[in-house]
Ligand binder design. Structure first.
Ligand code: AMP
Length: 285
């Protein structure tokens, strides 16, 4: 972690080199790629405890990166760092950047690589001071340039690419709500997409808030239909090339979400070979 903080601070955003460190990435065939981090019987439990997890979550807006990254972060005891949250914190702080950022974010556009790398390196620096190690990055990198900066300063073990049919993503974004008191996220959308042309259908029950949160729900300013569509377009143009970039490095694990959290979470743990890790954690809790 110290290295990413130091180098992110000193990395010139213009003309940085493309030095990549070798990794232990293990490539497997099929829909899912095995986690390079967790293979091999009982050793994996120790590995989860002892090894720095340096993971990235990719995926379209609304796919659920935040939900699953945050659950894995609690399970593995590593920080979940969402650059969208860093941007929203900066917006809420009414600091010098906030006016500029709100115009960009409210149009669904990407913040400049320079600003986002600065916000991220400040967050990593604060984490380092608190003794954090490892990370699950959510929403970063989003451009090839960001991926190169990241690759230049640290070694990513695994990139999880979450996928849902595009028809579902807009409804999921429009259904998102956050409780402005406890900070928990919910979703009021009922998703029921019928299968066609050999593609499976998908249904997701709403994730409704408890009564005490009901009157405190807020909607993100950029979760309007027009802005969500703009964000999806930008994802397809600017961020999707990252999938091929990480695939070619043998680091990409594709994961088609089979439904809502009850169906998807166990399957994700299985794909990451963390299923019995979770059981063990619950047993000692
Ligand atoms: P998110 O919560 O990940 O959807 O991010 C919300 C907004 O923050 C995005 O629409 C962008 O405007 C900005 N943002 C977050 N992460 C990045 C990034 N890595 N690069 C550029 N802009 C970002």
């Amino acid at each position: 972690m110290a290295r990413i903080v130091r180098v992110a601070r000193s990395t010139s955003l213009f003309g940085f080199g493309s030095r990549f460190y070798s990794t232990s990435a293990e490539v497997t065939s099929g829909v899912s790629h095995a986690s390079p981090f967790l293979h091999g019987g009982g050793a994996r439990k120790d590995a989860a405890r002892d090894r720095n997890v340096q993971w990235v979550f990719l995926g379209c807006p609304g796919v659920g990166k935040g939900t699953y990254a945050s659950r894995l972060s609690s399970l593995l005891g590593v920080p979940h760092i969402a650059t969208g949250d860093l941007v929203r914190e900066e917006l809420a702080s009414s600091g010098p950047l906030s006016q500029q950022l709100s115009e960009i974010v409210n149009q669904g556009k990407l913040v400049s690589d320079e600003i986002i790398v600065n916000l991220l390196s400040k967050r990593l620096e604060a984490g380092e001071a608190k003794g954090e190690s490892g990370f699950i990055l959510d929403g970063f990198p989003r451009t090839m340039r960001q991926a190169e900066i990241l690759g230049d300063v640290t070694d990513i073990d695994l990139v999880v690419n979450l996928k849902l049919p595009e028809e579902v993503l807009v409804d999921k974004c429009l259904g998102r709500r956050t409780c402005n008191q406890c900070g928990k996220g919910f979703n009021i959308a009922h998703i029921n997409l019928k299968g066609e042309n050999g593609k499976p259908g998908i249904s997701m029950d709403p994730l409704l808030p408890p009564p005490q949160c009901m009157s405190k729900l807020i909607t993100r300013a950029d979760d309007t239909e027009e802005v969500v569509k703009a964000r999806l377009r930008i994802y397809n143009e600017t961020s999707q090339p990252l999938e091929e970039y990480y695939r070619s490095k043998g680091k990409l694990m594709e994961f088609d979400l089979p439904g809502g959290i009850p169906e998807s979470w166990p399957r994700l743990l299985e794909a990451l070979r963390l299923d019995d890790y979770e059981e063990k954690q619950s047993a000692v809790a």
